[in-house]
Design a protein. Structure first.
Length: 485
């Protein structure tokens, strides 16, 4: 799936395609007193009556808190059109200029413009937008609905959720947009988007909530609200309002070539991030120190679990919180700090939302029993990865013993297991994603040391039964199941 964030750069829409990750979204941690506005419950006691005036009244009330954001960025790299024909052809005036005065060398840095949206959440001038709207900006200009322009400064950025907090000094009380409870948002509920699509300021669009909890491959924190309210390039960072006039989402992404499909970050995910950005300019996340994958039906059967749920621990990082707490490779995490875990993403979300140094209870399934462990959550460092994604099924491959030369080339500490040297196209191994260079360490939870033990272990598997492999790939472990032909 190709996903687009929605800013404009140099009058061209930039599509952003990002790799799907399975991990870490958060909500619920309190990092400081809220500095945004919320509606009193008494203001929500009477339902909004939808009629011919509803949309107009809401738009008139909400637009003053929505801002247009323009930035100037310095982009490093080859000049525009490098490696492809210039739209000016051979008579490109820029090429002629640089050839004449600088020997044909175009500058490797150039400025580009970007447009986006945002909204004011505090009378002192705090504004929410997307990270991709203001990241690396040399200058940020915020324009209010009344036409006034202000230079903004970045308070904090969080690339992983694509959220940013900026601030202007207006020396006057500003109109604010109250933040609502996105958990209360229901599929089918009316919503309104206001923003700056394609540079067209104060554009209002209306639709419904199409879905919640969407994972679209935009990053490791996917938990999007999907809406059919029109969202386009330039809407990035703008608000998605419910019919109480509360912001329930931050418009962030679209699907390339999609129609009537837009995505917004839920405000409940954003609240704690914004608090952290104001206090420290960055986000602190909890860290467990495991590589995990979602439990499939095949994996559940292989591990003796009655239903497919939980997060399977494929790797335990040395000296990490999980290892110190006694979590082992092959454990299936069913509950973390009182929250049931259905998928790997669930575990990632709750771990990331847990403050470092907090001790929590973790329930794991191991060898047919449920165990309760105590774990002190660590702090995730940017260079550390909490988990890796899954692969799925194998057989139709060639393996060989691991020689000292192979161990050195692959970075293995021990010459144990077998290395996959060939994967047959169209085979169960190929369909599962098994790759040449993968190292098989276990077969059905039993360690193997060489090709002979591998062959004996595979031969024991009955007809039609799946085989559970533990493989090592590029420094990370992964469980996969295969049903031989």
């Amino acid at each position: 799936m190709i996903v687009k964030t929605m800013n404009q750069r140099s009058k061209h829409v930039l599509a952003v395609a990002v790799v799907l990750s399975a991990f870490l979204v958060f909500s619920g941690t309190t990092w400081g007193e809220p500095f945004w506005t919320t509606l009193d419950e008494k203001d929500r006691t009477n339902p909004v009556q939808i009629n011919n005036e509803t949309f107009a009244e809401l738009a008139e009330k909400l637009k003053p808190a929505v801002v247009n954001i323009s930035t100037t960025m310095v982009v490093k790299g080859p000049r525009p059109f490098a490696g492809r024909p210039s739209p000016f052809g051979e008579q490109d005036p820029f090429r002629e200029f640089w050839e004449k005065f600088f020997g044909g060398e175009m500058p490797r840095e150039f400025e580009t413009k970007s447009l986006g949206s945002g909204f004011i959440i505090n009378k002192e001038g705090y504004i929410v937008t997307n990270n991709h709207v203001v990241e690396n900006a040399k200058e940020i200009i915020v324009m209010l609905e009344n036409g006034k322009d202000y230079q903004a400064e970045v308070v904090g950025l969080d690339k992983k959720t694509d959220l940013a907090l900026i601030k202007i000094d207006a020396k006057e009380d500003l109109p604010v947009a109250p933040l609502g409870d996105s958990d209360k948002l229901r599929v089918g509920e009316w919503v309104m988007a206001i923003g700056n699509p394609f540079g067209l300021s104060e554009t209002v669009t209306v639709g419904i909530v199409s879905a919640k909890g969407r994972v679209i491959g935009a990053g490791p924190y996917d938990d999007f609200i999907q809406t059919d309210a029109s969202i386009n390039p330039g809407n990035s960072g703008g608000p998605l309002f419910n019919f109480w006039g509360e912001v329930v989402g931050i418009n962030t992404a679209i699907i390339a070539t999609g129609q009537g499909i837009g995505f917004a970050i839920p405000t409940n995910l954003a609240k704690d991030i914004l608090a952290q950005l104001r206090e420290r300019g960055r986000v602190v996340r909890g860290w467990l120190g495991v590589g995990i994958q979602t439990v499939t039906s095949e994996l559940a059967e292989s591990f003796g679990l009655e239903e497919k749920k939980g997060a399977l621990v494929a790797q335990v990082f040395k000296e990490g919180p999980a290892e110190k707490a006694g979590i082992k490779q092959g454990d299936i995490v069913l509950e973390f700090d009182g929250e049931e875990i259905e998928t790997a993403g669930d575990l990632s979300r709750v771990v990331a939302s847990t403050p470092p140094d907090k001790t929590v209870e973790v329930k794991v399934f191991r060898d047919g029993k449920v165990l309760t462990l105590q774990i002190s959550v660590g702090e995730r460092k940017e260079e550390e990865e909490i988990a890796r994604g899954p692969a799925e099924k194998p057989l139709g491959m060639t393996v060989q013993d691991i020689t000292p030369e192979i161990a050195r080339s692959l970075g293995l500490e021990e010459e144990l297991g077998v290395v996959v040297t060939r994967v047959e196209p169209g085979s169960p191994a190929a369909k599962s994603g098994l790759r040449r260079g993968d190292v098989i360490q276990e077969v059905n939870r039993q360690p193997i040391k060489d090709v002979e033990e591998f062959g004996k272990s595979v031969e024991k598997v009955g007809e039609g039964e799946s085989i559970l492999f533990l493989i090592w790939r590029a420094g990370n472990n992964l469980y996969i199941t295969i049903t031989p032909k």
